[in-house]
Design a protein around this ligand. Sequence first.
Ligand code: BES
Ligand code: MN
Ligand code: ZN
Length: 476
Amino acid sequence: MEFSLSNQLVSHFDGDCAVVFVFCDKQSEYESIQSSVELNNFDADAGNAMFINHVNGFKAGTVVVAGLGDLPVSAKKYHKALKSVTKTLIGLKAKSVMLESVVIDGFDGSWLQSSTARVMQNETYLVDKVGSENENESAFEIESIAIQSGDDDAHELSFGLATANGMSLARYLGDLPSNICTPTFLSDTAKSLAKEFSLGCEIIEESEMNKLGMGSLLSVSKGSIESPKLINLTYTGNGNAKPVVLIGKGVTFDSGGISLKPGAAMDEMKYDMCGAAAVLGTMRAVAEMKLKVNLTIVVPAVENMPAHNASKPGDVVKSMSGQTIEILNTDAEGRLILCDALTYVEKFNPEVVIDTATLTGAVIIALGKHHCGVMGNDQELVDDLISAGNKALDTAWQLPLDDEYDDLLKSNFADMANIGGREAGTVTAACFLARFSKKYRWAHLDIAGTAWVSGKNKGSTGRPVPLLTQYVIDQV
Ligand code: BES
Ligand code: MN
Ligand code: ZN
């Protein structure tokens, strides 16, 4: 799919499909469209779309009419409309398309360009049926999409596409089953990214982790036959500047360990590496955009399994930081691998450290599946992440992180316990991480509610690649 900018009127576009937008409370600029809308009783709410062939005054064979609701047009409504436009275009097998431009409340033309490219490209993502010989019957590719614009600098389009490519990588990895997407598979993926984009790449193996004293991370992986990997990719776009460091939870399957999870929907615990997928996707996007920043990503990758040699409730382990942890629940494993990664990244002298993890079911209870949870030890960083999320329409909502919550982690037998009890589970998980993040500005994104959707449309969303990519763009 090729995106371009065009200063033509959509009515003059002589390809397959012209896309025009209509509003509930405003007449279309095009009389013929206005009369069709009235004739068909078209409901112009955002998300509704229809097509009309051979429209008076339009050179394109077909016009797709998409609703945007009431004015002013919010960014959310525009994204919603674009998704149904893309579906309609694919249904029509349109090869060449031109979109009318729209004024979005609070955003400029660059935003319109990059998010149009990102959303449309992402909407055409096809889920792979693993190993199936059958071709995906919905495989149809729109060849060219022109966006109406007075401006001819297309770099915003390439940013949108790079973000979509990062999301595709994250979605692909997330959807893969855990028998394929193992810690080794993630490290192989990182190696090929490194090759493709000339990134620095280091894979820390189990023996090295032992030497580094990563007793907490190793306590999670020891019950699994899969070897743990600590993956590190480095992108240098700005000389010796301090890097932005992203850490992604890479539990390729979370059975719960000896504190075994119940059976219902346990398959979805293949998605417990979506934090890892997101930081790999963000690295891909940033490298493709050739941003003038330094970015380092770290992925602790393990499988959490029950076994004779797995960790047991009550076991005490020593983390790389020297702090000891009483493992009261082996299902609170994400924080056990992240804490050693958080200590490991001190050596990069980070500008900021942001970790992202499918860390707690509690965040779904607190925020549902729309916003991810964000917490941190630096309000400016948290604010920057929230605004990046608002801009990318991949939103985050802050939860508190006061000392009172940290008290819940007290243990009689170690420096801390790995769980804080039923209350405020998302906050106590972040308090645990905060104990390992004292040496730098740090924030944590809990993406357990947003990284994938369940049910009939089960699949990875690619979040929070848009938020993280926007954050990195904002650092240039
Ligand atoms: N990976 C899970 C969190 C999770 C649960 C994500 C459900 C998405 C859906 C994490 O490792 C976990 O099991 N957390 C426990 C923590 C508890 C034992 C303190 C949880 O949320 O139940
Ligand atoms: Mn768990
Ligand atoms: Zn987990």
